[in-house]
Design a protein around this ligand. Structure first.
Ligand SMILES: [Zn+2]
Length: 395
């Protein structure tokens, strides 16, 4: 038994307990009980003194590329499998260091995330909960060479089915499909839809057959609509989303938007040597549109997931990057940002019954934060004090 004494709780992230301060009992992998401060525990136990600091549920990163421990895709393409796997592990550990206990990898080379996941599950190494797609399925498209080691090109429903099955066969958990072009792919047009409806449908059917879902990369308006209408689970980025897209997503229990604020902010940094003049120019051109559109989606009350889409160097240099991006780049409320990073993302990933809030019986994924991040989100940029995954103290 472990007891975390005198923690401050955020009411929006706590279920079944209404006071602000509590002692949290953790037994094995789960939260055993939430008790008023000063709980007397018999027998042997370990304890952590929270001293009034805030305890929140383990954080979710819904859009990571763990293989991308450096920004430059061409350098990554020249690396050996071993280097990529250890780089991805380093990235996963940095996420844990910042309080993330669940990471959804939206595309990595060498199937490295499955290798790491297997090693964690076998108890060889410690790490976060990993959910992965393997390679990204994409129609043949200009610019794919920029990330040639990251894509599996497939055209038409039959090739799409085969490509999807191949990634699931390798032990991955869901399918990532390029439905529009991408900003970082040289020569590509992010505003243009590149997957046909029957290709999206083929991916969705193949995924559903295996009890999983499609995560759709979408910038352009028509690509977002097509992804929603053909049953994708998540729409990533959503840059050029319009009112009709918002209407389609409102009260939609099947498809959810995962904005990626940190990568937007990162690509606007003029002092950033990683960002080419071309990418900087296009980022500047679309930034205000994206900001307006995502803020509109937020104002409409959509359940948003939490994704950042950045590399390890950027994450390390900017702790809590996505929290800050959602405050400064978009204009979200502090507590809503925390809800997105926990409860919302857990629900969108189908893990809401086990994770996402602090509740008796749920898995003990817990993060102790110095400050009151629900009132001042910048507290998420400070080093977190403790991180537990399923009752195990990882930090
Ligand atoms: Zn991405």
């Amino acid at each position: 038994m472990l007891i975390i004494r005198n923690c401050r709780l955020v009411k929006e992230l706590t279920e079944g307990y209404s006071e602000e301060y509590a002692d949290i009992l953790v037994q094995g992998r789960r939260i055993e009980a939430i008790k008023p401060v000063g709980y007397h525990l018999k027998g042997e136990y370990e304890e952590i003194h929270a001293d009034g600091m805030t305890l929140i549920p383990g954080l979710f990163e819904m859009h990571a590329h763990l293989y991308g421990f450096i920004y430059n895709p061409y350098e990554l393409q020249c690396m050996t499998e071993g280097k990529i796997i250890f780089g991805a592990l380093d990235f996963a550990n940095e996420y844990v260091n910042q309080g993330f206990t669940t990471i959804r990898d939206c595309g990595s080379s060498y199937n490295c995330v499955v290798s790491i996941k297997n090693a964690i599950n076998a108890g060889i190494i410690k790490g976060p909960r990993l959910v992965s797609c393997g390679l990204i399925i994409t129609p043949t498209e200009i610019g794919n060479d920029t990330f040639s080691d990251l894509y599996s090109e497939a055209d038409g429903p039959e090739e799409i089915r085969k490509a999807c099955r191949a990634e699931l066969q390798k032990g991955n958990d869901f399918i990532k499909l390029m439905v529009s072009g991408a900003f970082m792919n040289e020569g590509a047009d992010p505003g243009v839809q590149i997957a046909e409806p029957e290709e999206i449908e083929a991916a969705v059917r193949t995924a559903r057959r295996k009890g999983t879902y499609v995560c759709a990369h979408c910038h352009g308006t028509s690509s977002i609509k097509a992804a929603i209408l053909h049953g994708a689970r998540t729409v990533e980025h959503g840059t050029f989303l319009d009112d009709e897209c918002i209407e389609l997503l409102r009260n939609n229990e099947n498809t959810f938007l995962v904005p990626t604020g940190a990568v937007g902010l990162y690509c606007l940094d003029e002092s950033n040597a990683d960002v080419s003049p071309e990418l900087l120019a296009i980022s500047k051109k679309v930034a205000q549109t994206e900001i307006n559109n995502i803020n509109k989606a937020y104002q409409a009350g959509l359940k948003l997931g939490f994704g950042s889409d950045i590399d390890l160097e950027a994450l390390r240099a900017n702790p809590g990057y996505e929290f800050i991006a959602r405050k400064e780049y978009y204009s979200f409320n502090d507590v809503d940002i925390l809800i997105q990073a926990t409860r919302n993302s857990a629900e969108i990933m189908g893990l809401g019954d086990q994770l996402g809030t602090i509740k008796e019986g749920k898995l003990a994924d817990l993060v102790l934060v110095d400050g009151k991040p629900d009132q001042d989100i910048y507290d998420m940029a400070k080093p977190v004090v403790h991180v537990l995954k399923e009752g195990e103290v990882l930090k």
